[in-house]
Design a binder for this molecule. Structure first.
Ligand code: NAD
Length: 408
């Protein structure tokens, strides 16, 4: 049986869609996807902001851009790309990590594809002049509050997992993490002294009902586009914010009768992810639990160069990026694995634009290149063909051209 990535989805019900034109800047995220999916095969046009960033960023973005162009052209999609400076590259050019023009270009586009930012050169900069600060500003400026991180163990890379083969084989989990609320942002926070004069540090875990509802909707819709199972992870036996979280998610479930909803405490979820990760399809959780669980889940796959991510808001462009950093140790040496960025481009097509067929073309092509034995250094083992970033990109392009996409 042909292997499929996490984007092995149930079809959208196109018959239910009324709009005939893509309307990405003007309607809600999920309406956007539905609208775009309902268009005829005639040419659709999208503007994509490319933010190559630093280190290996430009190398992997260049591969992902050509994959987008080719898959798009085969599906009647015309892309206009705008490349803008970001991170260390922007600091060198303009003195700030996220120039206003970069942000406004990103805000006005249909989707944003980021390579990676950061590097030794800027490590000792003041906080507001660090490349990473630019990334936080970008997420804020795009109002992306939902972070989607798939962890899929590909059959041909199962040996890369640190888990036993029989546990890792077939794992296909999507973690939907709330990104802009909870304890990382809650007030009050700070340092003080307690009643008996001891120094304390404190933070506040707080969620409003609308904040929970909007992430829950994205999670239900994501589960609907996958295998229809959603597990909400909380600590409702201890934390009031989690009690509200569980209450709101349970209430919303009545709007998604086709989704099988379950709840799990976070300590149990952390155990279950390494005990039996195959039990999970889609997980939704708050900011801090999601931070930890998405790292745990992605490490089941064992290969950082393979993992894409998407950050979505209610409307407006989503931000798509590999989870790895700028890898300064291998930058400029044609050693980077471009597949995490290529798969981020597939997420952009699917979750950002609703272009599922083009997304499927890219995902199939990645699997095809791996099935043919091509490996970059990070996923290479004896018996496989070691290639660089460019050659891996060329193999993906060949596969996009030659493979007929599976039906979506
Ligand atoms: P990193 O992910 O850049 O690298 C960790 C290790 O994985 C390195 O050995 C690197 O060579 C390897 N690696 C990463 N991506 C790879 C790929 N695509 N192909 C092959 N090998 C790959 O993490 P780090 O070393 O901790 O951070 C380096 C810089 O990246 C820092 O400045 C950090 O702040 C930044 N960073 C940026 C992001 C982002 O842009 N979203 C995320 C994490 C780290």
């Amino acid at each position: 049986m042909a292997a499929t990535l996490q984007i092995n989805v149930k079809p959208l019900n196109h018959q239910l869609q009324l709009n005939s034109k893509p309307c990405s800047r003007h309607c809600s995220r999920w309406a956007t996807i539905r609208c775009a999916a309902a268009t005829t095969p005639s040419t659709r046009r999208y503007t994509i902001t490319l933010l190559p960033g630093d280190g290996i960023g430009p190398e992997v973005i260049s591969v992902a851009k050509t994959a987008l162009q080719l898959a798009g052209s085969l599906e009647g999609i015309d892309f206009g790309f705008k490349e803008m400076p970001m991170g260390g590259a922007a600091l060198d050019l303009t003195g700030v990590p996220l120039p206003e023009e970069t942000l406004s270009t990103a805000q006005q586009s249909d989707a944003v594809l980021l390579g990676a930012i950061g590097g030794y050169k800027w490590d000792n900069n003041e906080k507001h002049l660090k490349p990473e600060t630019g990334l936080l500003q970008l997420r804020k400026g795009l109002k992306v509050f939902a972070n989607l991180r798939p962890a899929t163990v590909l059959p041909m890379l199962v040996e890369a997992s640190t888990l036993k083969k029989e546990v890792a084989e077939g794992v296909d989990v999507m973690v939907v993490r709330e990104l802009t609320g909870g304890i990382y942002f809650g007030q009050p926070r700070g340092f003080s002294t307690n009643d008996i004069g001891e120094e304390i540090g404190f933070n506040t875990e707080v969620y409003s009902a609308p904040e929970i509802d909007r992430i829950a909707r994205i999670a239900f819709e994501t589960a609907r586009k996958r295998h229809g199972k959603l597990c909400s992870v909380d600590k409702a036996n201890v934390l009031e914010a989690s009690m509200l979280w569980r209450k709101r998610i349970t209430a919303l479930a009545s709007e998604y009768p086709d989704i099988e909803l379950s709840h799990m405490y976070v300590d149990n979820a952390a155990m279950q992810l390494v005990r039996n990760p195959k039990q999970f399809d889609t997980i939704v959780t708050n900011n801090i639990f999601g931070d930890i669980l998405s790292d745990e889940a992605s490490m089941i796959t064992g290969s950082i160069g393979m993992l894409p991510s998407a950050s979505l808001g209610e409307s407006g462009p989503g931000l798509f990026e590999p989870i790895h950093g700028s890898a300064p140790d291998i930058a400029g040496q044609d050693k980077a694995n471009p597949l995490a960025t290529v798969l981020s481009a597939a997420m952009l097509l699917k979750y950002g634009l609703g272009e599922e067929k083009a997304a499927q073309r890219i995902e199939d092509a990645v699997l095809d290149a791996l099935n043919k034995g091509f490996r970059t250094g990070d996923i290479h083992s004896a018996g496989y063909k070691l290639v660089g970033c460019k050659e891996m990109g060329e193999e993906v392009l060949k596969s996009i051209e030659h493979k007929i996409p599976a039906a979506v």
